[in-house]
Design a protein around this ligand. Structure first.
Ligand SMILES: Cc1cc2nc3c(=O)[nH]c(=O)nc-3n(C[C@H](O)[C@H](O)[C@H](O)COP(=O)(O)O)c2cc1C
Length: 388
């Protein structure tokens, strides 16, 4: 059933509650929405489509909202298949539709379609506008938020920013309302957009010059009312600043001894008043661990040595953080080795490749299991990462 963003702008997106992994990597226990919007004015204008997984339901929403009218424009803000996956269907249903995109959109479009569409193309660049009647869309390029061809569209009459993947969240709209935005917006941001802090900052600067009363993202709820919290969150996140003073204790333990030591460190940190989250990287959601490493200002990395190197779940975690340009954080290292510990050396080398990561001098090296003799090292590490 098509929801209404306003009288003239209909929400015609769909919820996907059965996808196993979004982008083939993120568990979305509450599903995900593929958002699409239809502007009904003198001209009709479709804002993006949906993933192929939702084409049939979305087509019914589109037909219900459009009725007997023709479709004049399709604006393609983002070419990723979860948004452009139904463009082909639009071309079949409305062969006279004009396609609106930027130069990069039309360079990429034929790559995803079997044949280059013959439809009229409206090629827009920064600041170009499209009159629809009483509604006017103005286009702002947002390259690398998070693909090169991304652009956002500002509708000046109703003061709406169609924000592409920006301000999106995991979680289907039938499960999550605007009040739930914060539940999954950070995990979504850091894992999907997180590498591109500078492009996000550029987009925020452009948006700061616009009077925005509603944000229509391509995933998650339409944002209305006081937009400050959403924009402030994006400003903090895209500056790679921590959102809170807290410590993630992340461990990768083969037989549980390093995990036991990590849990002991977490307890000690809590005992000295620190907010702590403990995560077993072997068993818990990697995207959630990435999210917390970005949200918190400090992280303790605890890992076994494995075949002369770093136990792979920790290597995987640090590779994820490096890929998302994690930076400006403080870290403590705990390693375990039963004959020749190497985990700490490998972790340090990976951290050195990242920007502005402060590694505590105080480390803890365990020989198989934690012993009484390790207590001074453990206490020193706790004091160093707790900043006490
Ligand atoms: C498959 C395997 C490979 C290991 N490789 C090494 C190694 O190369 N060097 C080392 O000092 N310890 C090695 N260890 C020992 C672990 O680093 C660790 O000391 C031991 O597993 C106990 O800690 P845990 O219970 O947290 O895994 C290995 C352990 C396993 C199970």
């Amino acid at each position: 059933m098509a929801m209404t963003v306003s009288d003239a702008i209909r929400y015609i997106g769909v919820d996907d509650l059965t996808i196993d992994l979004f982008e083939s990597q993120y568990r979305v226990p509450e599903g995900i929405s593929y958002n699409s919007y239809l502007i009904l004015d003198e001209k009709t204008c479709l804002m993006d489509t949906v993933d192929k997984r939702g084409t049939a339901e979305w087509e019914s929403n589109l037909k219900e909202a459009l009725g007997e009218r023709s479709l004049d424009y399709l604006v393609i803000q983002h070419m990723e298949p979860d948004h452009a996956g139904s463009v082909q269907r639009v071309l079949e249903l409305y062969p006279d539709v004009k396609l609106v995109g930027n130069a990069k959109t039309f360079q990429m479009l034929p790559q995803f379609l079997q044949t280059a569409p013959s439809n009229d193309q409206v090629v827009v660049k920064e600041g170009d506008s499209l009159e629809l009647g009483s509604h006017t869309l103005t286009f702002y390029m947002a390259p690398m938020v998070h693909w090169p061809e991304v652009m956002v569209s500002y509708e000046s009459t109703e003061k709406i920013l169609f924000s592409a993947d920006g301000f999106g969240t995991f979680g289907a709209n039938c499960k999550h309302g605007i009040e739930d935005w914060k539940l999954e917006a950070a995990r979504y941001y850091f894992n999907i957009v997180g590498k591109y802090g500078a492009p996000v900052q550029t987009l925020l600067k452009k948006a700061s010059g616009l009077a925005i009363e509603t944000i229509c993202p391509l995933h998650g709820p339409v944002l209305k009312g006081d937009l400050t919290p959403y924009i402030q969150a994006y400003d903090t996140w895209s500056k790679y600043e921590p959102q809170e003073k807290a410590i993630l204790v992340a461990c990768a333990s083969i037989h549980g001894n390093t995990k036991a030591a990590a849990m002991r460190i977490a307890e000690e940190l809590q005992a000295c008043g620190q907010k702590v989250t403990f995560m077993d990287l072997c068993r818990e959601d990697m995207s959630h661990a990435v999210e917390l490493a970005f949200l918190y200002d400090r992280t303790v990395l605890c890992a076994s040595t494995y075949d002369g190197g770093l136990f792979l779940p920790m290597h995987d975690f640090l590779s994820h953080l490096a890929a998302k340009t994690w930076q400006n954080r403080k870290v403590a290292i705990v390693e375990n080795g039963s004959w020749a510990a190497q985990a700490g050396k490998v972790m340090r080398a990976m951290l050195e490749e990242m920007k502005n990561i402060e590694v505590c001098e105080e480390t803890l090296t365990i020989k198989s299991t934690l012993h009484e003799a390790d207590e001074p090292q453990l206490k020193a590490l706790v004091a160093a990462i707790a900043n006490v």
